[in-house]
Design a protein around this ligand. Structure first.
Ligand code: GLC
Length: 555
């Protein structure tokens, strides 16, 4: 790549990069676009907005354009302005109050929100900490309400924490690792605040928060996009922070796949749940973080090298995911009839998946209309479970093609009872039971069937569902889901999760006043009321990344 230049704070790369290597992707166009600044000036994802108007759900596109004012946030306001509903739902004010109660201050500055403000619970564990992943919906709520300061403080503090030495017993962790959480300790005698971060060395099971770094990059872009302030992303600290994260996940190894190899418990599902290998949640976040980083990295010497590596990885990753993780009725039928033991590059069944390993449930679950990215793909192993976060992030990041995005929404509609039920949204479907539960979870009593990470329903996922709905022009699905949530959430004191096949029961060990349940609801509401907010968490499709699948019935 050559000819990089910078113009008045805006990053532009003129590129002659050609990464075409024979298949039909061309991500090099990503590099041809003036980036950050252009994105910032767009009011929101144009494609999704035109689809919204086609769908007839909302006002004409023009009126949305008028709603957006770059950097024009409403500072100092405590209650958000509702754009299209005259009377905000009474839960909204309660939610803001609860969200503000969860604020954590460091030396007088708001720095994050604690995971749960549940005094009734006997066990605090680490729910009094600021989790990086949990803070994301809080951060989005504050950004949408014109309060970016806390988000800036958080981003700067966490990047500083990244620089601290991290050790588990005698083992030193990678430099780029971002904390899962941090705790502010107040010394009342000496009147000083200190921060203690956890990178997995204190976490139950010593799990690695692979998602933290990705969320940090995604949030940095959301901040930049929302405020129009590129100066934070351009600081040497943030540029270095991004590069350290990227150096970790773009490192070469023995891998034969472009997906990122992970241990169990590496993300929101932070306990053993059979998500080791190449979990969809991480792959989708990885893809999104790469695209966000691409829009923020300065093309200096080192930056240019990272940009090239990112482009190549995106190229390979999207091909791999769209080809091998995607399933719909037709593809299921193909796998069902797979031949095995094929050697050489002509193999159709590349990973030697034995059709007998296809679980029974999927034959009934798979509608003739709809599809999704499955949970995991590796040699002789396809985890057919549906995971909410990975599929929503695939839509938001445009890892999913527009057709695939539509098919994911179709599936949610077709399988409403299973995936939404009485509380949106199932973390994954279906639950693992009996002997399989014993083997896969290690007899985890918290992850019993249809509870917690094992098919539990998590209100926080509402914001991701809503964002995906807006992007695909299917706002009626979000409206319906929010209505369902509104019948219970406040009354039940904002539980962390619900149990049961339909999500009818407050989770056995769920915390109350779980901050991301509160913030997730607020973000969903604010996005629906002002769809221009979607731009913070959505990336447009890169037209150069052509779909590879032409076989799908749902396309
Ligand atoms: C649980 C969840 C995890 C979350 C944490 C704090 O460990 O599994 O995703 O970040 O609680 O709420």
């Amino acid at each position: 790549m050559e000819g990089s230049r910078e113009t008045g704070g805006m990053t532009k790369i003129a590129s002659h990069a050609s990464i075409s290597d024979g298949d039909d992707f061309d991500l090099s166009r990503l590099l041809d676009k003036p980036r950050l600044n252009i994105e910032r000036q767009r009011s929101f994802d144009e494609r999704s907005m035109s689809e919204l108007s086609i769908a007839g759900n909302i006002r004409p596109v023009d009126s949305y354009e008028n709603l957006y004012s770059p950097g024009g946030f409403r500072s100092g306001l405590d209650t958000p302005i509702s754009r299209d509903s005259v009377e905000p739902h009474p839960m909204v004010a309660e939610a803001w109050e609860a969200l503000r109660r969860s604020l954590v201050y460091f030396r007088g500055q708001p720095m994050g929100t604690i995971a749960a403000y549940d005094h009734a619970s006997e066990e605090v564990l680490n729910y009094d900490q600021v989790f990086v992943r949990d803070f994301v919906p809080s951060a989005l709520a504050f950004l949408m309400n014109g309060e970016p300061e806390i988000v800036k403080n958080f981003l700067m503090k966490t990047v500083q924490l990244q620089g601290s030495e991290k050790k588990i017993d005698r083992f030193k962790l990678g430099e780029g690792a971002m904390p899962a959480s941090f705790k502010v300790k107040h010394n009342p005698v000496r009147q000083v605040d200190t921060i203690v971060a956890d990178f997995g060395e204190s976490a139950i099971g010593r799990v690695a928060p692979v998602d933290s770094g990705f969320w940090w990059i995604i949030l940095l872009r959301a901040y930049t996009r929302s405020t129009g302030d590129v100066s934070l992303a351009e600081t040497p600290e943030c540029q270095k922070g991004m590069k350290l994260i990227l150096a970790l996940c773009l490192a070469e190894g023995f891998d034969t796949f472009p997906t990122l190899l992970c241990a169990d418990g590496c993300s929101m599902i932070d306990r053993r749940m059979g998500v080791y290998g190449y979990p969809i949640e991480i792959q989708a976040l990885f893809f999104m973080a790469l695209r966000c980083a691409l829009s923020m990295l300065k093309p200096d010497n080192e930056g240019k090298e990272f940009i090239e590596r990112i482009v190549q990885r995106l190229h390979a990753l999207s091909y791999h995911m769209r080809s091998y993780f995607w399933i719909d009725f037709q593809q299921l039928n193909v796998i069902y009839r797979y031949k095995t033991e094929e050697y050489s590059h002509t193999a159709v069944n590349k990973f030697n998946v034995i059709p007998d390993s296809i679980p029974d449930w999927i034959f009934d679950f798979m509608p003739s209309r709809g599809g999704y990215f499955i949970g995991n793909v590796s040699p002789a192993r396809m985890d057919f479970r549906w995971f909410a976060l990975g599929n929503c992030i695939a839509i938001l990041s445009s890892l999913a093609t527009p057709e695939q995005s539509m098919a994911i929404m179709d599936l949610i509609e077709e399988r409403w009872e299973e995936l939404v039920g009485e509380m949106p949204l199932k973390i994954c479907y279906p639950a693992i039971e009996s002997h399989e539960w014993r083997i896969v979870t290690g007899c985890d009593p918290k992850n019993t069937r249809w509870s917690y990470h094992n098919g539990g329903s998590w209100p926080v996922l509402l914001w991701l569902l809503t964002a995906a709905c807006i992007k695909t022009g299917r706002v009626q699905i979000a409206r319906r889901a929010i209505e369902v949530a509104e019948t219970r959430l406040l009354k039940d004191s904002w539980p962390e999760y619900y149990d049961g096949k339909l999500g009818r029961y407050i989770g056995k060990q769920a915390r109350k006043f779980q901050t991301w349940s509160i913030a997730g609801y607020l973000v969903a509401k604010m996005m629906l009321e002002d769809p221009s907010n979607l731009g913070m968490v959505s990336l447009e499709e890169d037209k150069a990344m052509k779909p590879v699948l032409k076989r799908s019935a749902s396309f």
